[in-house]
Write a protein that binds this ligand. Structure first.
Ligand code: PLP
Length: 351
């Protein structure tokens, strides 16, 4: 719920605050020292997410960034490489961690407009076994990517191609449940079944609890027992061995129980925002597929994004615009807040 004085914060789906019920679950969580494997709430979360996505094991980590780092360094050794999209979080937005900490080289590829990387480009990027080249070890996909659902047929094809070439497959599924929600809506399926169907194409999957699912902290990396044992060692090395982390794991378990089915509401609100901005001259609104809406300023308005963001802030609406304006819907915004945002944006253009 948004109170009239609190800003409508559309900067990210990470800005949510734990609900009262989630805080109660955190308060009640049994805990122990997770470095000793003693925290029952962490263990329960790891079993739960692994089971939900059809993996043998999972590892609770503080952030999605650390989850991807543990995954890449568990799949690849020094001098090896991973194929990844130019816009992928685990290439572009993680400070080059795999290269910095693991001496693992990224091989970035351009995206098509739907967020995919052309299969022919992936195949061409796989290096022959030759002393000149880094050894190509891994294909990393992201779903959703920039709010876009990767077509499921593509996920199947790209991961089958990688497998046929002997590459491991990692999914950065920070927003996997948003992807599953969109896919279920498209195909008339069940959200959890769709999440499992996507996950089944991969050797490892990372999921964020701290985005649309509304937990304060945490991600999980899922994979085989043997893979998770390797990732566990890297998590320790990265400083991610937490102690009584059960208070955080309890929030994540609560989110898995109560916040998956409501993601459809976030998607609906992103559409409401897009519809409300239709026809504003100077704005190109990309039809949202999930909870992220991207808007480009065009023509005379092209260089006015900083001015627009400042205007919105004054009106009590927060958004970001590093490259394009982005509006994220989440648990802490409602239709009233979205309508207020539409009014504030329209008032800037007097439209
Ligand atoms: C946010 C995000 C991450 C990283 O999560 P942090 O918890 O912020 O480190 C990784 N991948 C994707 C796709 C993300 O959106």
């Amino acid at each position: 719920m948004t109170s009239s004085s609190a800003p409508i914060d559309l900067r990210s789906d990470t800005v949510t605050r734990p609900t009262a019920a989630m805080r109660s679950a955190m308060l009640a969580a049994p805990v122990g020292d997770d470095v000793f494997g003693d925290d029952p709430s962490v263990n329960a979360l790891q079993e739960r997410i692994a089971g939900m996505l059809g993996f043998e094991a999972a590892l609770f980590v503080p952030t999605g960034t650390q989850s991807n780092l543990c995954a890449i360094l568990s799949h690849c050794q020094r001098g090896e490489e991973y194929i990844v999209g130019q816009q992928a979080h685990c290439y572009r937005w993680e400070g080059g961690g795999a290269a910095v900490f693991g001496s693992v080289q990224p091989q970035p590829l351009d995206h098509e407009s739907d967020g995919t990387m052309a299969l022919a480009a992936i195949e061409a990027a796989i290096k022959p076994d030759d002393a000149h080249f880094a050894r190509t070890r891994l294909l990393a996909l992201e779903n959703t990517l920039g709010g876009k659902l990767l077509p499921f047929a593509y996920v199947e094809q790209a991961t089958a191609l990688a497998r046929s070439k002997g590459l491991a497959r990692h999914l950065d599924g920070a927003r996997l449940f948003n992807a599953a929600t969109a896919q279920a809506a498209q195909q008339g399926g069940d959200v959890r079944a769709e999440a499992r169907r996507i996950a089944a194409c991969f050797d490892s999957v990372s999921v964020c609890f701290s985005k649309g699912l509304g937990a304060p902290v945490g991600s999980a990396l899922c994979g085989s027992r043997e893979f998770i044992a390797r990732a566990h060692r890297i998590r320790k090395m990265a400083g991610g061995g937490m102690r009584q982390a059960g208070v955080l794991a309890a929030a994540a378990s609560y989110a898995l129980e109560h916040h998956i089915d409501r993601l459809a509401e976030d998607h609906e609100l992103a559409r409401r925002l897009a519809d409300g901005l239709a026809g504003v001259p100077g704005l190109r609104v990309e039809a949202p597929q999930t909870n992220l809406l991207f808007v480009d300023l065009e023509g005379d308005a092209r260089h006015r994004s900083a001015e627009l963001l400042a205007h919105l802030k004054q009106q009590g609406v927060l958004a970001t615009g590093l490259y394009r304006l982005r509006f994220a819907t989440h648990l802490d915004v409602d239709a009233k807040g979205i309508d207020q945002a539409i009014g504030a944006i329209r008032s800037f253009f007097r439209a």
